[in-house]
Ligand binder design. Structure first.
Ligand code: PLP
Length: 379
């Protein structure tokens, strides 16, 4: 099997599974309990928070554990909206955000907030100029993703941050779910970012666990209220085995990325070089995008047909994003990039990982070649 759907999810590393099982077996206490078992669980949880903070150059108090990317995005957006209601009800985002962001915006619109959706260019990169023009007195939040999950476009967070230096009260939120373990990414390079969202299953950790970075001094209203866990910011008994396993997965993923910094780029070049030479292929990702994501289509052939043709050869890819593929929704990112419907319907996404070998990529290219030839005849 060749797994090339790593933007949908990644396989937990065996060591991470082992850590999860060890903690589940040996640390059964609730971190909030007063007795010894609770104390042990709490110490372990705080150690994981420090580990994650150290790995990412954050402070432990800036990390809040959540159930993953969807919760994180919902929380930052709606938590900002609630917190800043007295100051304004205008939000800016891009036209290519993940549904966790987009649907949160849509919900806020039904409740009276105004949202400006800033367009992207043909490479899926947000217009910084139009973002600046959209800023208003009553803007309380700017939410832009770091790396797009469908085409891999990298957003100009530094430039946006520079503009927002003149608007210090606006929250700058970044959905950074597609970064860790895939591209070098350190929030210290983006000092204006106030909140960022991460999800463990994208870097070989467990599903259903993640964390939100909230810069010291910034305030978010909690969405989950209850027992006051996570410093009153996110109530609910913490998932200790998953948290400890997430910290381990992060360390391993960052180590592996450091060990193979150019491997992904090399593989990206090989696949892009091949696709660019095919007369019946439309490549939707830019060569300057994140190296782990390549979106393309065989013209006239629906994406799902290509996914199943490759699956028969033991190669697992997807039609753009995992969220949209089963519901057969067409890619919102491609439409935002002004790709015509017929082409967008042909789109498939290859998403790589440092675990993919050169031999696997060679086999992918051979299989793609066969598939393209086969469909040439059908067309
Ligand atoms: C950019 C982006 N944001 C948010 C999410 C949602 O993350 P989760 O699956 O942890 O809820 C995803 C998952 O695909 C994503 O790619």
């Amino acid at each position: 099997m060749i797994y090339l759907d790593n933007s949908a999810t990644t396989k937990m590393y065996p060591e991470v599974v082992e850590t999860f099982a060890t903690v589940a077996n040996n640390f059964s206490g609730n971190p909030s309990s007063l007795h010894r078992l609770g104390e042990e669980a709490s110490i372990l949880m705080e150690r994981s928070r420090i580990q994650i903070a150290d790995l990412l150059g954050m402070s432990a108090s800036e990390i809040v554990f959540t159930s993953g990317g969807t919760e994180g995005d919902n929380w930052v957006i709606k938590g900002t909206a609630i917190e800043k209601m007295p100051y304004g009800k205008h939000i800016i985002t891009s036209t290519i955000e993940h549904p966790a962001v987009y649907q949160s915006m849509k919900q806020l619109e039904t409740l009276g907030w105004e949202v400006s959706y800033v367009p992207v260019d043909e490479n899926g990169i947000i217009s910084v100029k139009l973002l600046e023009e959209a800023l208003r007195e009553d803007t309380v939040l700017v939410s832009v993703m770091a790396v797009n999950n469908e085409v891999g476009s990298i957003q100009p967070l530094k430039e946006i941050g520079k503009i927002l230096e003149n608007y210090p009260s606006i929250h700058f939120h970044v959905d950074a779910v597609q970064t860790l373990g895939k591209i070098p990414f350190n929030l210290n390079d983006y000092p204006r970012v106030d909140m960022a969202v991460f999800s463990a299953h994208k870097f070989h950790g467990p599903k259903g666990i993640g964390f939100v970075y909230i810069k010291k001094g910034r305030v978010l209203a909690p969405l989950l209220t209850g027992g006051g866990q996570e410093n009153n910011l996110r109530s609910g008994t913490e998932n200790l085995p998953a948290i400890v396993a997430m910290a381990k997965a992060l360390r391993m993923s960052l180590d592996k990325l450091t060990d193979a910094p150019i491997q992904l780029e090399k593989q990206h070049k090989i696949i892009m070089g091949f696709l660019d030479n095919q007369s019946t292929v439309d490549v939707f990702s830019s060569s300057k995008g994140a190296p782990h994501i390549i979106c393309f289509g065989i013209s006239g052939i629906k994406g799902e047909v290509v996914v199943h043709a490759l699956e028969k050869k033991g190669i697992y890819i997807s039609t753009t994003s995992a969220c949209s593929s089963k519901k057969q929704l067409n890619s919102s990112t491609l439409y935002a990039m002004n790709i015509p419907k017929r082409k967008a319907e042909s789109a498939v996404r290859i998403s790589m990982d440092v675990e993919n070998t050169s031999a696997e990529i060679d086999q992918l290219v051979d299989s793609l070649q066969e598939t393209i030839v086969k469909f040439k005849d059908i067309r």
